[in-house]
Design a binder for this molecule. Structure first.
Ligand code: ZN
Length: 166
């Protein structure tokens, strides 16, 4: 079966940036997803379109076509008191380079990175960690199946085999 809209491919892959591996999935724990609904980078989907089991892929995605360029409007100075937990600021965790889990107004989780800190303010960068990076993907298609009805109505894959409902 070829990868087309409404199939669920499972793939192994290695994502490298400047030769350094930043993400990967192996055959025991492959990446699987509902193809064609915008869960993956459009260029990732384009490059595996029509492939079948056993096919290997190897392609580049420019920063522009990947996670975009870093946006300075995604960098914020926040008062250090905003980070207080039960009235105490956890200074040990507010170190430059720390990745902090945050929540938006709807409760959706996202990460921010501490890029500067003084006694009054913490400077947080909310850009995607791969913003501004040229991406290189290589890997192999290890399974392709048709999505089931639940997956199509939910808009996501229910596990590699389609049985993990959520
Ligand atoms: Zn679901």
């Amino acid at each position: 079966m070829k990868i087309t809209k409404n199939t669920v491919p499972s793939v192994t892959y290695q994502l490298t940036v400047n030769g350094e591996v930043v993400d990967q999935a192996n055959a025991e724990n492959p990446l699987f997803f509902l193809y064609g609904v915008g869960q993956m980078l459009p260029d990732f989907e384009k490059n595996i379109d029509g492939l079948e089991v056993g096919a290997k892929f190897n392609f580049d995605v420019s920063a522009e076509d990947g996670y975009g360029q870093p946006d300075e409007n995604q960098i914020f100075q926040l008062p250090v008191d905003n980070f207080a937990i039960e009235g105490k600021v956890p200074h040990d965790h507010l170190t430059v380079g720390a990745i902090l889990p945050m929540q938006d107004q709807d409760g959706n989780p996202f990460n921010g990175k501490v890029i500067d800190k003084d006694d009054e303010f913490v400077t947080m960068d909310f850009n995607h960690p791969l913003a501004g990076k040229d991406l290189h993907f290589e890997g192999e298609i290890i399974a392709v199946r048709e999505a089931n009805e639940d997956e199509l109505s939910h808009g996501h894959a229910h596990g590699a085999d389609g049985t993990v409902a959520h």
